[in-house]
Write a protein that binds this ligand. Structure first.
Ligand SMILES: Nc1nc2c(ncn2[C@@H]2O[C@H](COP(=O)(O)OP(=O)(O)OP(=O)(O)O)[C@@H](O)[C@H]2O)c(=O)[nH]1
Ligand SMILES: [Mg+2]
Length: 257
């Protein structure tokens, strides 16, 4: 992990402009304060790229964008649907303000947020290698995107704060069998859903989540799924694993905008 941090620091040092690629489904959770501090310290211009915005309703995106705007300009992108990539190219040229040489653009962010896909969105398909399995990009890769833009693609930054397990569960960096605190992660997923898309949670598990805290809701989901232990108590671990799996499979997402 130490070498990972050094690698990211080095990219921040070398680049003229930085892209912090976050997952638009959970933009706050996939921002990394340590990286943002480092970018501010070196006074490098940076852009927050909210990628995968094809998976998020428009009103949620707008809210996220205005919250981000305090830190840095934010651009919505769907690498999948090639939305926002021209805007991103313009934004890079604007913030870099370099006219006489190539612009080095460092692309950083958590694993699997779509860093390599964003680069492909701007540079053209297939220039950077991508994968559904996180941890795909190894080392720093140079990708020429034309019109003086050269990207530095990086491996995902490994989360390193107390939200580790939650982020790893949320982003699918670790599947349910590899998470230590499965119940804790499931409770966080429930909290997030209650806050942002309670109706999806209720209809998917066929429950009513009114007034309950996340723990009560986990119990209700366990009951409803008939995940019971011998004495009739809810099997919380089994319920938690189901919730994490459903989330990671994308079954708990709101309808597309
Ligand atoms: N729906 C959707 N999926 C996307 C989008 N961008 C990337 N993905 C998917 O997200 C997964 C990860 O994409 P990558 O570009 O490899 O992500 P990365 O951040 O480079 O990943 P690492 O190199 O492993 O850190 C792939 O399955 C992509 O198809 C997007 O805009 N929308
Ligand atoms: Mg990659």
């Amino acid at each position: 992990m130490a070498s990972q941090k050094l690698l990211v620091k080095d990219v921040i040092k070398k680049a003229d402009v930085l892209l912090e690629v976050v997952d638009a489904r959970f933009p706050e959770e996939t921002r990394n304060s340590e990286i943002e501090k480092e970018m501010l310290r070196t006074k490098k211009p940076f852009i927050i790229v909210l990628n995968k915005c094809d998976l998020v309703p428009k009103d949620k995106l707008e809210k996220a964008k205005s919250r981000m705007a305090k830190a840095a300009p934010a651009v919505f992108v769907s690498s999948k649907e090639r939305f926002g990539t021209t805007m991103l190219r313009h934004k890079i040229l604007e913030v870099a303000n370099i006219r006489d040489r190539d612009i080095l653009v460092g692309c950083i962010g958590y694993p699997n947020t779509g860093k390599s896909s964003v680069i492909n969105g701007v540079a053209g398909r297939g220039k950077a290698s991508t994968s559904a399995i996180s941890g795909h990009t190894k080392g720093v890769q140079l990708v020429n995107a034309g019109s003086r833009i050269v990207f530095l693609d990086t491996p995902g930054v490994i989360p390193f704060d107390e939200h580790d397990e939650y982020i790893q569960g949320l982003l699918g960096i670790k599947d349910s069998t590899h998470l230590k605190d499965q119940i804790g992660v499931a409770l966080k997923i429930i909290e997030k859903l209650v806050e942002e898309q309670k109706d999806v949670l209720e209809s998917f598990y066929n429950i009513s989540a009114t007034d309950g805290n996340s723990y009560d809701i986990l119990e209700i989901i366990g009951m409803q799924s008939n995940f019971l232990k011998k004495k009739g108590q809810v099997d919380e671990t089994r319920t938690a694993i189901r919730i994490i799996n459903d989330w990671q499979k994308g079954l708990l997402l709101a309808e597309k905008p």
